[in-house]
Design a protein around this ligand. Sequence first.
Ligand code: CLR
Length: 264
Amino acid sequence: SGSEMGFRSFDPESSFFSYPTSHLHIEELSASIVRSHRETTQYRPEELQALRWKVFSREEIHAYQSKSVDEMWQHCAVRLTDAVQYVVEFAKRIPGFRQLCQNDQIALLKSGSMEVVLVRMSRMFNTENNTVFFDGKFAGTELFKSLACGDLIAAVFDFAHNLCALRLTEQQMAVFTALVLINADRPCLEDRERVQKVRRDVELALSHIMHRDNQESLLHKLYQRVPVLKSLCALHIEKLRWFRQLYPLTVHSLFPPLYKELFG
Ligand code: CLR
């Protein structure tokens, strides 16, 4: 059900954009997605830049490493769910998304929200020291040691590092993340054709932006990352299954409902 995401509370008539979006100029669609992205990121680029000097001390890192496996998992699940909540808000503001049936909205978020979080992670990443902004400061992979899933953490950091190297603008990232979400190949979709129609426009928006920025070669590089994202999310689900077997009660009573709804 979509109850945890507040899906039933919004008014579909209040959207300026009505389905189908084909009447919209691609320019307007791009601008709208960029605005939605800007309104739903936890930190603006200037803020992140100003926070770069904040790194965890040895003692602070040690405190995270001394947490028990279940304590650290719960902590990360809460942080991750916060980030996912912003992605849900972003999705709802993509023209055409709210006009999809509720089941399809949820299906797209189940398979795509983590992927978008991982793309957004590259905004919060410092390639100079391989750290990510987490819990108020920049943290390296060693801080996540007590999760006991070093392979996942290493792969996620590696992905962020490589995506960072592409130096996407906020606009490019906005439309790319919309494209990651609006994917007609996701499992359990009721009306694939409708998703495909929305996707076509988002694809045009991304091509438009890349063409405008004279960076058409980036397009190919971005599409190359998509299967990597998919494998990272599969690994995340695999780790969650492993953790749930060890600590079923932690997942049952302490993990955020939205996290369980999307990944559990
Ligand atoms: C992504 C960008 C968001 C802010 C944000 C919040 C939480 C971070 C996440 C970013 C990146 C991935 C992250 C996560 C917390 C835990 C998670 C560091 C920076 C790691 C990969 C652990 C995931 C697995 C646990 C559920 C065990 O704007």
